[in-house]
Each structure stands twice: as C-alpha cells, then as structure tokens.
Ligand binder design. Sequence first.
Ligand code: SOE
Length: 386
Amino acid sequence: MVVSGPRRIGVALLGYAFMGKAHSHAYKSMPHFFYPPPAIPELVVIYGRHEDRVREAARNYGFKRYTTDWRAAVRDPEVEIVDNSLPNNMHLEPTLEAIEAGKHVICEKPLARNAEEARALRDAARRAKVKTMVAFNYRFVPAVQLARQLVKSGVIGRVYHFRARYLQDWLVDPNAPLTWRLRAEEAGSGPLGDLGSHIIDLARFIVGEITAVTGVVRTFIEERPLPEDPTRKGKVTVEDAFAATVEFENGAIGTLEASRFATGRKNYNNFEINGENGSIEFNLERLNELRVYLREWEGKGLTGWADVLVTERKHPYIDRYWPPGHIIGWEHTFINEIYHFVKAIVNDEEIGPIGATFEDGYRCNVIMDAILESARTGKRVTVTYS
Ligand code: SOE
C-alpha cells in the first residue's frame, strides 16, 4: 500500500554555504516535527557558482539536481519555492526573476544591499500574487515570540528602552581572509547589514516603528589576505562595527550595535527592553531562556530577575518538539520559519505580522541606510519610507 499524504512542494535553493545548510536542513526536518505538514518540501535543485562544490552540496543535502545556472533553477517547472540564500549582491536579480516566474520566494536577510534595491523587491512583491518573505529567523525563536507577547499584551507597560547588540569575534584576527562579507560590492555593508539587520528587525517586530537614528561606524583593519592568494592583501570596503541611537514612534529610545571584533562574543544577539512595569532580556547564546523582571514581584520581596525556561508546550512551537526542559537549538528557528512560509503558501495566509514581509525587509534597509547617512554626515537622520 502506498502511503498517501500531504502534497509535495518543489524547492530551488540558491546557495549552498552556511545558510544553504541551515535552510536545506529545515526543509527536510519541517514535516517530521510539524506533522501533518502543510506540504512536504521536495529538494528539487540547488544552485552554486562552482560545479564541484554545488554537486557535493546536492549529494550532502539530498537535492535531485544541481546547476551552475541560477536562471535554470528559478525557471525549473518542478519548482514552486525559490529560496535565495546567496550573498547580498545576488538578492535583487534572482528574486525579481523568481517572482516574475510565479515562484514563492524566501530571501535571506538583509533583503538587499541598500534601500533602493530593497524598494524594487518590495514593489515587485506588492504586484505579485506569490508569497514573499525575508528570512529573519530570530522572529521564530520561541523566547523572542514570548517577549513580543509580553510587550504587546502590556505586561511590562509603557516601553521606555530597547537596547540591542549583536556581537561576534570571528574577524578580530587580522589574518582572517577578505571574504564577501567584507566587500561593499557584494555585502552592501559589514556587521550593520549582516548582524544589525537582525536587531533592527527585532526592534520593529517587538517594540514598533523607528522614526529617527544617529550612527557611527568604524573600520579597524583596512586590509586582509585574499582568500584565493593569502600572500596578497585586499581592501576592506565595509565597516567593522557600528553603533546607533534609535527613536521609536511610541516615544521609546534605544541603542543598537554590532561588531565582529567583540573578542569573546561568539553569536551574542542580546536585547533588553525596559518598561514601566518590568523588563525583559534575551540572549541568543541561551536561546531557550528569557530573563524577566516584574515590579509586581517587589511587593513579595522579589526584587530580582527570573530566568524563564521557554520550553513549555504553551510556548510558541514547543508543542511540536519535546517535553518541558528538553530545549531546542539554533537550527529549530529555521524549521519554524520554513513551516510558517510553507503554511502561508498552502493556506494562502498572510506572511506578517509574525513572518517578515518584503515591506519589513525594505524598512530594515531604509533604517540601515539612515544609520550610514548619519555616520557620514554626523547628523541625526529622520527615517522616511516611500
Ligand atoms: C554572520 O556570521 C552570520 O552568519 C549572519 O550572516 C547570520 O544572519 C546570523 O544568524 C549568524 O551569523
């Protein structure tokens, strides 16, 4: 007897590196945990520039085919979802062509290198009937959604502050090679787009719209060994770190920073929200936990922070995984994200407000451009969208 079940949905994955690995794992794992799945992702074709590497990735991840021609992948008749996990300079054209070809698109963050490219993608998404989403995967951490629920339900009352920092240290070694994340032509910006885009998106996801920014950027190491020839050096053309102040529409103010020179910090995406009735702190390196302080506890002499373990069945997504206390990992944020995307496609549901739309991606790029403009001019910049 053949087991019948949910329909299959064909996926073309553009890119096979870090995000290609995380996304292909998510497509394969989603039906196992979100059973019965809205549809079963079928790994149809993977694209990469280097044939030997993309062939290996196809074998490793389990794709039916591989190609060094992204247009062939985007137009493949078996493909319904195009997943753009390529470097930032390759977000615009393949995503536009995929939308044009009637494919649903999930695009890695940041949506684009700058607001101009992001606006073109946002406008194309508006005109299209397909589903489009930006892979801001930290929206799909159960603890982050609990933080959002606590803020949106008024538990901490009026929000006064949002301060976030996304810190890594993989570039503190001056001999780390000049990879694509260090070149403006390919990346658009440095940690601002790579890491800052996450905390800007979380600021908007949890607290609300940002109306003005100031910013400062710095490049600490100007030249690095070339990956293809370590005896030669190339110029770093992006910032190595940024810091910014932000003003929110609801009157709150905050600070943002991101760096890949924060020695000792590995993947330290940390935010703290202070409100009139309490505070919340999240740390990605302890992603199953949320630190909470509530003033109502003070009457009981409890003037301290609680380390809440966000692994109860009532917490977002946890009922799909394990019993309380068995914790989940970084990769599960992608599984949750892919479930959200495939379910929206199959049931014709809205991507937002939980998933990041191309409007969210565009607004994030506008805010990043404003931070860079402030860093150039030394002036406070008002954030405006078109
Ligand atoms: C940078 O090293 C990076 O891979 C980012 O590009 C990802 O978005 C982040 O989730 C982890 O760190």
